[in-house]
Design a protein around this ligand. Structure first.
Ligand code: HDE
Length: 696
């Protein structure tokens, strides 16, 4: 129950306690109309005669069609494409010195949650793997109301003030006159805006890094981005940044791979999350906080309220205090993933906002957008949005789609109905209720950006210079790719002019990559400062290599040696990875010795971009047949080009040769044990990259 009886409690029913949660239907259940009238014929509409026109009288038809006509709701203006899962949060270390919020103080308590990952720019039906920032939004159903931590997989943002958000989004989304490109930042209007907004430079360095082409939603970091406050029982404030760290490590795809995955499996990330959870491989993240006093914040060389800045871990370490496990797929995509409404204003007592001008705008926007998306002030009654951990009760009433049946007369407060023996309804709670930090203020009303926000380049430089050589090359190449899609020349030059303030060598590499001369550097508002490199900002080399949570594809043919396949399977599954058998035909193959092996995918529809490493186990004749099969050659060539380990049976060597594979440390002959293959399979073969593509 969400309300206690006798306090203006609605009767149990839909949206309040007794949820309509229709998963299993009895086998003999009959179809009814939405109002419960049994339907006798769900195949034929009512007509005037056997071949006559359909009658308006057919309310069964009309109701069904009309419901269908209204199946879609407006998609989110940003983050429209998303995938989500249920799970729980478990606190491992109490923050009771800093906050009164129970979710951050009750060690061992498990709090239900729902997490939605998303891309930003594309529509709801766009592909999963464009170069884009990923949303990372978590709704914790805490005992003290919902807490929505609506973050991204990148710790900073493009702009400093909410008033620029509509411009940013208009610029990145498909261009206004032509309606393309969908889900891509590689076009004129986006880069035009970025070039004119130097404050976006730090974020754009992250956007051009491999962080924006994640391998899996399970392998992404998450960040609350904006600075928040924690308030303890004495109402003392501590500034805080929130972090999520994936247990599987942060991993990305290669750009060429991401592009090809978009065609091979537009639902790559959604499928991956769903399949992992369905198989019981529950993704898990550590939850961390960076805590700092106002005094510490004041000593930083940047403004803590500026969302284009991060706090290097080396300056303020992250304290890991809990974990999130996603262990249940949504039952219904629309009811849950689509209708979930995240609000940065949802915070339990003990957590509070900061004055970050980006966050301040968000406090208005999300509530507002739900009204147009979900159509009613009662969207909090939709089961996925409902506060589950505690009752919600107030004197708000009526409105469209009100699903609660309130009793009694107490729909206003204060009232004295209690004195007359009536139910007086809920009252405010000055002690236990939400508290706002008493920020001392005496200011002039003004429309101005603080000068403490003026340094747009120091952290962009910090990010670039903290990367490994591989990552620097990828960033430079991503700039070249994106700017080469830009048609207006002065837009390219403006970006180059800004990049000169980040790192001269980077600017030169990008200019060379386009065969352009470097323009004069743009004039920075503030000269960038040197900052100590932060290795924590890298991906490469940061996490130990493993096949846990990853997938190996085995390309097989008739007559293939089953023992080699079994060796790979045993080794990969033993480490927590999965195996998919790819065969020329979906019915599978007959192995040497006559045993049948089922296929998980047909070669033409299951390219190697879907796997982290591949094994090619063929018979001599099987290999010969594949030498004239483009899909087989692509399978091997792409695996090699995407820096994956390739294990092969000796009979498969001609296919490797035909595909241009040069044997290196990552190309190994398979044996009775798969050890030699497992070692390179746990990571990408970065050393191979200069041999297969020229990077900027
Ligand atoms: Fe959002 N953002 N945002 N945003 N945002 C929305 O709310 C907005 C920002 C983020 O899975 C919208 O329900 C403004 C930063 C995520 O449903 C909308 C500003 C960060 C999601 C909105 C920002 C985010 C949204 C659209 C600048 C990272 C998807 C649909 C002031 C910390 C949540 C909706 C989900 C969604 C507004 C900036 C993350 C329009 C005005 C910074 C993950 O209200």
């Amino acid at each position: 129950m969400t309300t206690s009886k006798g306090r203006g409690a609605p009767k149990a029913g839909f949206g309040n306690g007794g949820e309509i949660h229709q998963t299993a239907v009895a086998p003999d259940a009959r179809i009814t109309t939405n109002h419960g009238v049994p339907v006798s014929d769900n195949q034929n509409s009512l007509k005037a005669g056997r071949r006559g026109p359909t009658l308006l009288e057919d309310f069964v038809l009309r109701e069904k069609i009309q419901h269908f006509d209204h199946e879609r709701i407006p998609e989110r203006i940003v983050h429209a494409r998303g995938s989500a899962a249920h799970g729980y949060f478990e606190l491992t270390e109490s923050l009771s010195d800093f906050t009164s919020a129970k979710i951050l103080t009750e060690v061992g308590a498990k709090t239900e949650l729902f997490t939605r990952f998303s891309t930003v720019a594309g529509g709801a039906g766009s592909v999963d793997t464009p170069r884009d920032v990923r949303g990372f939004a978590v709704k914790f159903y805490t005992k003290e109301g919902n807490w929505d931590l609506v973050g991204n997989n990148i710790p900073v943002f493009f702009i400093q003030d909410a008033i620029k958000f509509p411009d940013l989004i208009h610029a990145v989304k498909m261009e206004a006159d032509r309606g393309y490109p969908q889900a891509a930042s590689a076009h004129d209007t986006f880069w035009d805006f970025i070039g004119l907004m130097p404050e976006a430079t730090h974020m754009i360095m992250w956007a051009m890094s491999d962080r924006t082409i994640p391998r899996s939603l399970r392998m992404m970091e998450g960040f609350g981005v904006n600075t928040f406050r924690l308030l303890n029982d004495k109402d003392e404030a501590t500034l805080v940044k929130f972090h999520w760290r994936p247990k599987l490590g942060t991993q990305s795809t290669c750009w060429d791979e991401a592009v090809k995955i978009a065609g091979a499996d537009p639902d790559y990330h959604r499928r991956d999350l769903h399949e992992a959870i369905a198989a019981g491989n529950f993704p898990e993240w550590e939850f961390g906080v960076q805590l700092l006093s106002q005094k510490q914040a004041d000593a930083l060389p940047f403004d803590i309220l500026d969302a284009t800045k991060l706090i290097p871990e080396e300056l303020v370490p992250i304290r890991f205090i809990g974990r999130m496990v996603l262990n249940r797929n949504p039952d219904n995509f629309f009811a849950e993933t689509e209708q979930v409404a995240f609000l940065p204003t949802n915070m339990p007592p003990g957590i509070d906002v900061s004055e970050d001008p980006l966050l301040q705008g968000r406090l208005f926007s999300y509530q507002d957008t739900q009204l147009s998306r979900l159509g009613t002030v009662n969207f909090h009654q939709i089961p996925i949005n409902k506060a589950k951990g505690c009752p919600f009760q107030n004197q708000q009433r009526d409105g469209q789609m009100q699903t609660q049946v309130f009793t009694g007369r107490a729909n206003y407060e204060p009232n004295s109905l209690g004195e007359a023996g009536e139910d007086s309804g809920p009252h405010e709670d000055p002690k236990g209720g939400f508290r706002t930090f008493a920020l001392p203020m005496e200011e002039t009303k003004i429309r101005l950006r603080s000068e403490s926000f003026a340094d747009h380049y120091s952290q962009a430089r910090l990010f670039f210079q903290s990367q490994t050589d591989i990552e620097r090359a990828h960033i430079a190449s991503a700039f070249v790719f994106e700017l080469s899609k830009v048609v207006i020349e002065h837009v390219r030059l403006q970006i180059l002019a800004n990049l000169r303030n980040v790192d001269e060598a980077l600017a030169k590499r990008v200019a060379d990559g386009m065969n352009l001369d470097l323009p004069k550097a743009s004039a920075p508002a503030v000269q960038p400062k040197a900052m100590k490199a932060s290795p924590a900002l890298r991906i490469v080399g940061k996490y130990p290599g493993t096949l846990k949570g990853r997938a190996v594809g085995i390309l097989v043919s008739d007559g293939a040696d089953g023992a080699l396949i079994d060796a790979v399977r045993t080794a990969v599954e033993g480490e927590g990875g999965t195996i998919k058998i790819v065969a020329p035909k979906i019915g599978g193959v007959t192995l040497k010795g006559g045993a049948r092996l089922k296929a998980d995918g047909q070669l033409a529809g299951t390219p190697s971009v879907l796997f982290d490493a591949v094994a090619i186990v063929l018979s001599e004749t099987g290999c010969e047949a594949l030498l004239t099969e483009a899909a087989a050659i692509d399978f091997v060539r792409d695996a090699f080009g995407h820096l994956k380990a390739i294990g092969f049976s000796p009979e498969a060597k001609p296919l490797l040769d035909k595909s241009g594979v040069v044997v290196d440390a990552g190309v190994v002959t398979l044996g009775a044990k798969a050890d030699a293959f497992m070692k390179p399979a746990r990571t990408r073969q970065w050393g191979r990259e200069p041999d297969v593509r020229s990077l900027a």
